[in-house]
Design a protein around this ligand. Structure first.
Ligand code: ADP
Length: 636
């Protein structure tokens, strides 16, 4: 026996007695002696002994506690108990963890035999433990390898590379001769080799495996792995013979999408449980890679579709986040704002877009619903612009070039103005002559009635022409002359003029106006026209005995005018259009005169005075028109 190191824990004089009794030199062991656990631990740390011999005569009060502590700290070092006297509690020592016992009466030959046996047991234990450690080590290495592949797969979107890596790993981990990954051909349904290791290129190219009557096909159909471990080679496809093989299904959400296989053609080395486990783990990775690739391809296709739509769109598109940083600017929007920089993402919109009207809307933190503005660009182009807030994204700006429509509108207005103007003189002549007819001779009652109708029609046409000319004038800004006006008098004038009309329909006209309304800077004729148009409508559309309510008040530098009625109301679908020229709501009775210009004129007048107007209406209940005009502190 080589000089094995043994440690004896015993306090003097027992230690000397024991040293003599043990006479270890004869079995080729060297002995270190120490009196207590603390010193023993130091020795073990520096020179681990093969065996601990522990006396009951030690520098510790509880020898069993010492046994327990040592056997817990050093489970691989056997402890042989060598008490000075027959111990009353041998069972307690065994419970505490001793692995051998030398009775006080033992002779030296017996002692040596017991020590040899203890050392032998220890050798076996160590050998077994190192085998366990080796296999654990191997499993850790295998797990690390699998983990490495996992990381590679998660990080990579190169499907071919990943699947080839999976096959390589399968071959290496299972120590197989070759491996392949089979996926079905979408048209024929046959299994083809998508990735392989140690197969010839020609073989891979021409390999076709029918789903029916093939091992891989069975795995593909049943979703169950096959472990082929026969002594005689088996034909799994003409001219393709294997001794041992594993086919593992690749499954995504319960659906088999492919098969991972390894095999041995030369050797008949069998595959075992471990290899099956490896292949199962790798097949999972292959499944993740295939699913990732599919999802990525799908997302990529959708993204590029969307990108093409956005970039090729003839509408300008700008997307900014809620901090005003650009997320997307398509080519049309770049053109519109003269942006030449290429990398825009993350830059501030205000650094690159000069249009103040747009920036103002983008800065508006209260913007909760889509809003529309007309943007005039530096080159004169006019953009119909919709700004839509999208939760968790930001603001989407879509701009449509309406320059040509604006130009058409201008030409049309000009034409209407010219024609209207030219029509006025002949109409005045017609009216004049109809009045003269009565003077040149007597007329029958019927002739008088006809002339009355002609005059009425001429009046209607004249008022239409006047409206058109008014609108043209207001829109073109010819009414620029403005005065400081007490708003009370504007209201009084309009209300007084229309009182009789309301009375004719027995309507209750309630005027609720503060007597000290502020002044406005405006055109008196137009402002009276504005109030009159709204009041005329209220009277015209509200039934007999209905109620009309005129209310005006001042608030934070503004005058707020409300003209409400309890008439028929305006259908919701018509409300967005009623300020358009020539638009009449769908519920207007056919015989009720009107051409749909009154509100267009009213809106133009309000805008010309830097105000706002809108309608709120519930069909069957009534309508409220609100006008907000800026007031002035200036006095006449
Ligand atoms: P017009 O009265 O000549 O039709 P307007 O431009 O003044 O033209 O009004 C446009 C349309 O708005 C009207 O045809 C009518 O349908 C609707 N409207 C305006 N005021 C009222 C109101 N007070 N009550 C109900 N409908 C109204």
């Amino acid at each position: 026996m080589a000089s094995e190191h043994l440690l004896l824990i015993a306090a003097p004089p027992e230690s000397a007695t024991l040293q003599n009794r043990l006479s270890l030199e004869t079995i080729g062991c060297r002995l270190t002696i120490c009196p207590n656990r603390t010193e023993a631990e130091e020795i073990i740390a520096n020179d681990p002994p093969k065996l601990i011999l522990l006396s009951d005569q030690i520098g510790e009060p509880d020898v069993f506690q010492t046994i327990r502590d040592l056997s817990r700290s050093y489970p691989l070092i056997p402890i042989v108990f060598v008490p000075a006297r027959q111990p009353p509690e041998l069972a307690a020592a065994i419970d505490a963890g001793i692995s051998g016992y030398i009775p006080p009466s033992a002779r030296s030959s017996e002692i040596q035999a017991r020590l040899r046996a203890a050392l032998e047991r220890r050798r076996q234990l160590t050998a077994h433990a190192s085998e366990e450690v080796r296999s654990l080590q191997q499993r850790i290495t295998d797990l690390e390898t699998i983990g490495r592949f996992g990381r590679k797969i998660v990080a990579s979107l190169d499907l071919e590379g990943v699947l080839t890596a999976v096959v390589d790993a399968a071959v290496e981990l299972s120590e197989a001769e070759e491996g392949n990954l089979l996926l079905p051909d979408e048209t024929t349904g046959e299994l083809l080799i998508f990735a392989s290791r140690n197969f010839e290129e020609d073989f891979v190219r021409t390999f076709r495996l029918p789903i029916q009557d093939s091992l891989a096909g069975t795995v593909f159909q049943t979703g169950k792995p096959i472990l082929l471990d026969e002594k005689s080679p088996r034909k799994i496809k003409t001219d393709y013979l294997v001794h041992t093989l594993i086919y593992m299904p690749i499954t995504v959400k319960g659906r088999v999408i492919g098969v991972l296989g390894v095999d041995n053609r030369q050797s008949d080395k069998p595959f075992g449980e471990t290899q099956v486990r490896f292949l199962a783990a790798l097949a999972n990775y292959a499944a993740i890679a295939l699913e990732n690739a599919q999802l990525f391809a799908h997302t990529e296709a959708e993204r590029s579709k969307l990108e093409t739509i956005l970039t090729k769109s003839e509408n300008g598109v700008v997307v900014v986040d809620f901090d005003g940083r650009l997320i997307l600017v398509n080519h049309k929007a770049r053109e519109a704002f003269g942006i030449h920089e290429t990398h825009l993402t993350g830059k501030r919109a205000s650094d690159l877009i000069q249009n103040q009207d747009l920036l103002e809307v983008l800065r508006d933190e209260d913007l909760v619903s889509a809003t529309r503005i007309e943007l005039t660009l530096n080159d004169g182009c006019v953009m119909n612009t919709q700004i839509t807030p999208i939760p968790n994204l930001g603001l989407v700006v879509i701009m449509q070039d309406i320059t040509h429509l604006k130009e058409l509108d201008r030409i049309k207005t000009e034409f209407v103005n010219t024609v209207s103007h030219d029509l006025r003189s002949p109409l005045t002549a017609i009216l004049g002559y109809t009045e003269l007819i009565e003077r040149v001779g007597s007329l029958t009652e019927q002739q008088q009635e006809f002339i009355r109708r002609v005059q009425q029609s001429v009046h209607t046409i004249t008022s239409l022409i006047n409206d058109l000319l008014d609108l043209g004038r207001i829109e073109s800004g010819f009414d620029a002359r403005k005065e400081i006006l007490p708003f009370n008098s504007i209201l009084e004038y309009a209300v007084d003029n229309l009182k009789t009309k309301a009375a004719e329909k027995s309507q209750n006209l309630i005027v609720d106006v503060t007597s000290d309304l502020p002044h406005v800077l405006g055109n008196p004729i137009r402002l009276r026209q504005l109030v009159a148009n709204l009041l005329v409508n209220a009277i015209k559309y509200t039934q007999k005995n209905g109620e009309i309510y005129v209310q005006a008040s001042a608030e934070a530098g503004q005058i707020i005018l409300r003209i409400a009625d309890n008439g028929p109301g305006i259908p919701a679908a018509d409300q967005p259009h009623i300020f358009d020229k020539f638009y009449r709501a769908s519920n207007v009775p056919e015989d009720l005169a009107g051409i749909g210009l009154g509100l267009a004129i009213a809106k133009s007048i309000v805008e010309n005075h830097q105000g706002r107007t809108w309608v709120e209406s519930t069909p069957g209940e009534g309508t409220v028109f609100t006008v907000v005009l800026p007031s002035t502190d200036l006095r006449l």
